[in-house]
Each structure stands twice: as structure tokens, then as C-alpha cells.
Write a protein that binds this ligand. Structure first.
Ligand SMILES: CC(=O)SCCNC(=O)CCNC(=O)[C@H](O)C(C)(C)COP(=O)(O)OP(=O)(O)OC[C@H]1O[C@@H](n2cnc3c(N)ncnc32)[C@H](O)[C@@H]1OP(=O)(O)O
Ligand SMILES: O=C([O-])CC(=O)C(=O)O
Length: 479
């Protein structure tokens, strides 16, 4: 009742949105809390939806005809860089500062989100993935009790993975790329989609988001078993063991076959920082686009995974390790050291061969990726003497200068993929052809949180206009 009264108010006199929204957020949270003072994520979202729907309607009503920007011919031909044409709730990317999850930077999240030990704060370790999932979905910082409730719910939902999925994965050729196996596994799990069933049964569009939320939670819950089965099949004995007394990341580490508290912490950090990178990146955008056709979250995120599997996007982390191994091998063959001088030579050889330097450059960022920086901090804290980390650090010293001299890339600094592999390698996770699957487990949390809001806000089918080269020429000549 309170939510509806306030929303009518906003609709009639749309002033001072921000103050109003923070009051509403608090009110919705209070309303959602149950007798124990702990809300479930479903309760919080249910209490938020009417207000968010009203806000969007009011925004459209008040500002629908305003111009957000123009599109140049370069942007039309050049991958729509900088074109503002997508609504994204969960995160925002600034070219200089990097990512903010619901307004919070990565260091903020490390300060405010609950950890495995309990209270927030770096002294207690890295944030739990479940706490970031809660933040991305609801825009609120959860309590530890709420996060624990979400962890238990996800563990329970993991058991609903349809029984044909693991046998199907077991039957795939071991030399099929892990990302191909991953999308096959997720597509196969789609038989359990609550949304697809509800749609077939004639659910009204006002209820779509309720079924989508079920699927979003189920997909996030089921992905670790799909991912771990692939890892254990391709590289080991195919056996996946769980420990559901742990959090999502800790349990996932056990499923992969790692039992090391240091690796658990790394995986908590890793899974948090790869979740979301606003809407325009290829995997999030693909998920959003496919989902806009009312494909269910399984099919929509499989689309996202296929985009993530490309070397200019998520596969770059595998490429980084391959590139570093290339230097190591060549220098070993030539009896030379891997140092600033030989890295510089190897870099120029790569550039002169008309290939990209994986892990460097970015479509939006124009500074060192804060996800690179926080991984570097982790390495400085936990593995300062690691040989591969030293190579990655030397690459960081020389690469921006070389790329600047080369004169093509708009951003000569490292992105997230430049650092993730070296950390995994340190803990014995050396199967780098698999690394993008880990990225895919994490990206589900961001892309699917947004997909929930896409349906809750009733966003339409995405269908931008394309133009022919003849149209562009004629149009420009007539100006
Ligand atoms: C999680 C992520 O997806 S982060 C990105 C992961 N990808 C990589 O690390 C791959 C290496 N980097 C790249 O290929 C690019 O920087 C991208 C794809 C990330 C961004 O692409 P764009 O926005 O087109 O970059 P930009 O505008 O700087 O490109 C201009 C030119 O510089 C080149 N360039 C950009 N980055 C690099 C690089 N790392 N090495 C060599 N050349 C580069 C581009 O290929 C392009 O060349 P062209 O004019 O011959 O086509
Ligand atoms: O933002 C992008 O285009 C690519 C990226 O770093 C991500 O998706 O994490």
C-alpha cells in the first residue's frame, strides 16, 4: 500500500526523484522483512517492482521525447561505440574510473559486502558472490543473514539440474572447447525453464518476471555443476564432489577439485569482479537481446556465453596465458631471459604480424581496468614472488608505452583478462583453455540480474534500425 501511494505521488509531481527513491528503497526493505527481520531476495524484489515500474513510466512520460545523443556515421560503422541506446540497471562503466555495481566501485564493495567470515571489510576477506548478486538484483546491501539465506537457496536449487544434463556432458568429445560444452550444457538444462512453461501455459505478461526470477536463480545455481563437470571430464576423472556447508564460490572450488582456502578467496574475488560491466559488452548485450524476444533465461544466457567465447571478449584471458607462454618458449629456445627488453621485442613481433595483444585495450575504458588493479593487489598480497606474476608486472611496465608508440589502440592499458590467468595458475589451475568458463559462471550473475529487470519493467523486443551503405552516402550527400 505504502509503495503504491508513494508511486502515485511521484507520477503526479515528478520532483526530487533521488531523495524519494532512497526513502522508498528503505520502506520497501522494511516491508519485505519477515518476522525474523530477514528478507528473502524474492520478498525484496516483489516489494520493489511496482515502484520501479511507476518510476520508468514517469521517466518516459516526463522525458520520453528528449535527445540523449546523436549517431555519427563512424559510430554506425564502428560497432556503435558510445551510442546510448540501452537501459541498464545493475551497473555503469566510466571510461576513467571503471565499473560501479549499483553505484559502488570494487573497493567500495570490498568494504561493504558480507564475506565468508561474516562482516564486511577487507580484513575478513573478499565479498561473497551471493552478496554481490543481492546488490545487483535489488540495489541494496544485504545483511549476512540474508546472504546466508540466498546461499542455502542456491544450493537447494542446484539439485534441480535436469538429470539428462550431466550424461550429455559426459558424452561430449574431450577436445571440444570447454565454452562450446558450456553452452551445450546450459541449453540442455533449458528443459527445466519455469518461464518457458508458464509462457506456454498462457501466463499474463504482468507475471513474466516472477517466472524469470525462478529461472535466473536456477541458472545461477546450476551453472557450477555444468562448469565443474566439464572441467573434471576434460582434464581429470569426471568426478564432481560438493561441500554445501560452504558458500557458492567455496562449493564451486570443491566441485572443480580444489581444497585450498587461498584459492577459495581468489575465486570469491574473481566471481565478483567478472559479474557485470554495464549493458553494452557483448555477453551482456547478447543476453539482453536474446531475452528481449522472450526466450527464457537459459536460452538468453547461452547466447551471452557464445558472445563471451570470442577472443576479443572473454576468451582473451585464455589468449593472455597463451601469449605469455609464447614468450617463455621463444626465449627458452633462444637461450634468453624473459625481461622488459625481450617482452618489448616479442610485442613488436606480435603487432607487426597484425595480431592484437590480448589483455590490453578496451572498447570503453581509457585507464587501467580497476578489475586488473584489484587482481594485482591480490597478487601483491598473496603471491608477490610468483614468477608468472613478475612477468605480468613487467608486461604492465612496458606495454602502455609500446601500444602508444604503435599508435592504434585508443586505450594502451590492461583490462581484466590480462591478470586473471596468472592468479589461477599460481594455485595450480593451469588449464587455461578452460578459463573463460569461470568468467561465464560469474557473468551470469550480472547479465541475468538485468534480465530479471528487463521483464519486470516490461522492456520491449530490441530491434534497432540498420542502414545500407547506399543510404548513408545518399543521406550524407543530401545534408
Ligand atoms: C572482458 C573483456 O572483454 S575485456 C577485452 C578483452 N579483449 C582483449 O583483450 C583483446 C585485445 N584487445 C582488443 O582487441 C581491443 O582493444 C578491444 C576489442 C578490446 C576493443 O576494441 P576497439 O574498441 O575497437 O579498440 P580501439 O578503438 O582501441 O581499436 C583501434 C585499433 O587498435 C587496435 N587495437 C586495439 N587494442 C589492441 C591491442 N590490444 N593490440 C593491438 N591492437 C589493438 C584495434 O584492433 C584497431 O585496429 P584497426 O584500426 O586496425 O581495426
Ligand atoms: O565492457 C566490455 O566491453 C568488455 C568487458 O570488459 C566486459 O564485458 O567485462
Amino acid at each position: 500500500m505504502m509503495g503504491i501511494a508513494v508511486c502515485r505521488n511521484i507520477f503526479l509531481s515528478p520532483i526530487n526523484f533521488t531523495t524519494m527513491l532512497s526513502k522508498i528503497s528503505f520502506a520497501s526493505r522494511t516491508l519485505a522483512r519477515n518476522a525474523r527481520g530477514v528478507a528473502t531476495i524474492q520478498e525484496v524484489l516483489k516489494s520493489q517492482v511496482p515502484q520501479k515500474q511507476a518510476d520508468l513510466l514517469a521517466l518516459k512520460k516526463e522525458h520520453g521525447d528528449k535527445v540523449l545523443g546523436e549517431v555519427t556515421v563512424d559510430q554506425c560503422i564502428g560497432g556503435a561505440r558510445g551510442v546510448k541506446c540501452m537501459l541498464w540497471e545493475t551497473s555503469n562503466l566510466d571510461a576513467e574510473e571503471g565499473i560501479r555495481f549499483r553505484g559502488h566501485t570494487i573497493p567500495d564493495c570490498q568494504q561493504i559486502l558480507p564475506t565468508f567470515k561474516g562482516p564486511a571489510g577487507p580484513e575478513n576477506g573478499e565479498p561473497l558472490l551471493e552478496s554481490l548478486f543481492w546488490l545487483l538484483l535489488t540495489s541494496e546491501v544485504p545483511t549476512k543473514a540474508e546472504v546466508d539465506g540466498l546461499t542455502a537457496d542456491l544450493h537447494k536449487r542446484a539439485a534441480s539440474l535436469p538429470s539428462h544434463v550431466v550424461p550429455l556432458l559426459n558424452s561430449l568429445p574431450k577436445d571440444m572447447h570447454p565454452m562450446t560444452q558450456f553452452t551445450i550444457g546450459l541449453n540442455a538444462a533449458q528443459t527445466g525453464s519455469a518461464f518457458a512453461k508458464a509462457y506456454q501455459d498462457g501466463a499474463p505478461k504482468t507475471e513474466y518476471h516472477e517466472y524469470v526470477l525462478e529461472d535466473v536463480l536456477n541458472v545461477v545455481a546450476q551453472l557450477p555443476e555444468i562448469a565443474a563437470t566439464i572441467y573434471r571430464n576434460v582434464y581429470f576423472d569426471g568426478v564432481v564432489s560438493k561441500d554445501t556447508s560452504l558458500d557458492y564460490s567455496g562449493n564451486f572450488c570443491r566441485m572443480l577439485g580444489y581444497d585450498d582456502k587461498g584459492f577459495d578467496e581468489l575465486m570469491r574475488l574473481y566471481l565478483c569482479i567478472h559479474t557485470d560491466h554495464e549493458g553494452g559488452n557483448a555477453s551482456a548485450h547478447a543476453t539482453h537481446l536474446v531475452g528481449s524476444t522472450l526466450s527464457d533465461p537459459y536460452l538468453a544466457y547461452a547466447g551471452g556465453l557464445n558472445a563471451l567465447a570470442g577472443p576479443l571478449h572473454g576468451l582473451a584471458n585464455q589468449e593472455v596465458l597463451g601469449w605469455i607462454q609464447g614468450i617463455q618458449k621463444q626465449m627458452a629456445d633462444e637461450g634468453k631471459e624473459v625481461n622488459a627488453e625481450t617482452i618489448t621485442q616479442f610485442t613488436w613481433d606480435t603487432l607487426n604480424a597484425k595480431k592484437v595483444i590480448p589483455g590490453y585495450g578496451h572498447a570503453v575504458l581509457r585507464k587501467t581496468d580497476p578489475r586488473y588493479s584489484c587482481q594485482r593487489e591480490f597478487a601483491l598480497k598473496h603471491m608477490p614472488d610468483d614468477e608468472l606474476f613478475k612477468i605480468v608486472s613487467t608486461i604492465y611496465e612496458v606495454m602502455p608505452g609500446i601500444l602508444t608508440e604503435h599508435g592504434k589502440t585508443k586505450n594502451p592499458y590492461p583490462n581484466v583478462d590480462s591478470h586473471s590467468g596468472v592468479l589461477l595458475w599460481h594455485y595450480g589451475f593451469t588449464q587455461f583453455q578452460y578459463y573463460t568458463v569461470l568468467f561465464g559462471v560469474s557473468r551470469a550473475v550480472g547479465a541475468l540480474s538485468q534480465l530479471y529487470w528487463d521483464r519486470a519493467l516490461g522492456l520491449p523486443l530490441e530491434r534497432p534500425k540498420s542502414v545500407t551503405p547506399e543510404f548513408i552516402k545518399k543521406f550524407c550527400e543530401s545534408q
